[in-house]
Design a protein around this ligand. Structure first.
Ligand code: HEM
Length: 197
């Protein structure tokens, strides 16, 4: 779409380029109504665990930390692990190795695309947190990973997108960022299809 290319903000271009995959994901998750029961919610947290396990290595990457100050504090995997423990669930097993490994060289533009999806999902989390509260879960029990940071989801997101927008990428690198974001959505969709749908 021409409008995607003209959009000055990279975050907004990523949003436009992944709009369809995100819509499909929201629809599949909400259609399965995982927030109606604790069991369903447990399956949702399982999906979150496997997605955040995929990107765990990104938060430890020195090059990414230099681009994104405070990156380590954005990691939600430990909160997801604590949520699973609250729910009495063991860590999910998956034969697929994580998408990013600590030992392998990380492609920065591709990683930015995956991080866009993980960080952006905090915006949806504000809504999901309210659903989780209806089944008795909270920021201290079972829904820790959906809790907003002290500055609030909107400000937290703006800090991230400002850095994302400022990163200097060539057109070819930008295409890899878009591919990374779409791969991240595809991974979450596959997990939802296999474990929630
Ligand atoms: C783990 C699953 C999910 C992922 C990975 C995800 C990803 C994202 C991303 C990347 C954004 C940022 C879009 C942008 O402004 O650039 C976003 C925003 C949002 N998401 Fe999702 N999402 C997920 C689940 C959901 C679900 C189930 C809902 C509920 C229907 C939802 C509703 C929203 C809403 C309302 C926004 C804010 C849109 C806006 O402010 O423009 N998300 N999500």
């Amino acid at each position: 779409m021409t409008t995607d290319i003209l959009e000055p903000s990279r975050a907004k271009r990523l949003k436009a380029s992944t709009h369809e995959t995100h819509d499909r994901l929201d629809t599949s998750i909400m259609a399965a109504a995982p927030f109606a029961t604790i069991e369903g919610y447990g399956r949702f947290v399982t999906v979150q665990y496997l997605f955040h396990r995929d990107i765990g290595a990104l938060y430890d990457d020195v090059a990414l930390q230099a681009i994104l100050p405070g990156l380590m504090e954005r990691r939600r995997l430990p909160l997801i692990v604590a949520d699973l423990a609250d729910l009495g669930l063991s860590l999910p097993q998956d034969d697929t190795p994580p998408a990013f490994a600590q030992t392998a060289a990380i492609d920065i533009p591709e990683a930015l695309g995956w991080l866009y999806v993980a960080e952006g999902s905090n915006m949806g989390a504000a809504l999901l947190r309210k659903e989780a509260a209806k089944i008795g879960l909270s920021d201290e029990h079972g829904a820790r990973h959906l809790a907003p940071t002290p500055e609030g989801p909107a400000a937290h997101w703006r800090t991230f997108t400002a850095v994302l927008d400022a990163a200097e990428l060539t057109a070819e690198q930008e295409a890899r960022a878009v591919a990374g974001a779409n791969a991240a959505f595809a991974r979450v969709q596959a997990l939802v299809d296999a474990r929630i749908g």
